[in-house]
Design a protein. Structure first.
Length: 255
């Protein structure tokens, strides 16, 4: 059961990555040459990210425990992707999509899941301490939501459903989010080229405004004040596709 729950959580994370790519949040890396004597060239970079988000799930865990349900870790796996454009050589404009997942829990023949996700637009200022190293403070603004799903564990048959047709429920709540943080990024290969880039981002996610919990489209009163607010840390990687393409191009030239 634990292995199956972990597989379902990883499957959700991979689906979130697919959605990130589908909506163009992970663009290919490229830069535009500036005309002689003109403004600095713009630069667009994409990345995937994986890490951990600490959340304020304490109130939700208290409510789950009081009703006999299992509780969940307040540190959730974060996985997602994003991209940014550097304009005027210093200003960083970005967007990212992050999914939060945790292993499912079994309870009396039911499958209980807590997770969430959010999207942010970000603004930063770029520093270059070394030719292959860049650092930046970053502020973001966006929205996201938490989800609590109580569903069937997959072992039910037709008679079980006929006896108890109300076998699943999905509760959700939304939040307006503000992110404050910083990041560093190291590029392998030629500075400013299309080499692989490894980075580290950290900061704090603030929940500025929260909605009530909902069951489908129905508002629920008296819900726990659980939010995605908390510190985060994630590893980023970008430029892999461009690096592989450069290797293939070099091989073609050698032939």
């Amino acid at each position: 059961m634990a292995l199956a729950s972990s597989f379902r959580s990883v499957r959700r994370a991979l689906l979130l990555l697919f959605v990130a790519g589908l909506f163009g949040l992970v663009p290919p890396a490229h830069s535009q040459d500036a005309p002689p004597g003109g403004a600095p060239p713009s630069e667009t970079r994409g990345y995937f990210a994986v890490g951990v988000n600490a959340t304020d799930l304490g109130p939700l865990n208290d409510r789950l425990s009081a009703n006999g349900y299992p509780t969940f870790s307040t540190e959730l796996l974060s996985v997602g992707g994003g991209g940014y454009r550097v304009v005027a050589d210093r200003i960083l404009l970005g967007a990212e999509l992050t999914g939060l997942v945790t292993p499912n829990q079994g309870f009396q023949g039911r499958d209980v899941f807590v997770g969430g996700g959010y999207g942010l637009f970000s603004l930063g200022y770029l520093f270059r301490p070394a030719p292959q190293l860049r650092a930046y403070p970053l502020a973001g603004f966006g929205a996201g939501g938490l989800v609590l799903t109580i569903g069937d564990d997959g072992a039910a048959n037709v008679d079980d459903v006929l006896e108890d047709p109300n076998r699943s429920a999905t509760l959700s709540k939304g939040s307006v989010l503000v992110s404050l943080g910083a990041g560093v990024e190291y590029q392998f290969g030629t500075p400013g080229g299309n080499g692989v880039r490894l980075g580290l981002r950290g900061g704090y996610l603030l929940s500025a405004l929260d909605s009530d919990w909902q069951l489908d489209q129905d508002r629920l009163s008296g819900g726990p004040d659980a939010t995605m607010q908390g510190p985060f840390l994630r590893l980023t990687i970008g430029g892999v596709g461009d690096a592989l393409e450069s290797i293939r191009d070099n091989d073609d030239e050698d032939e």
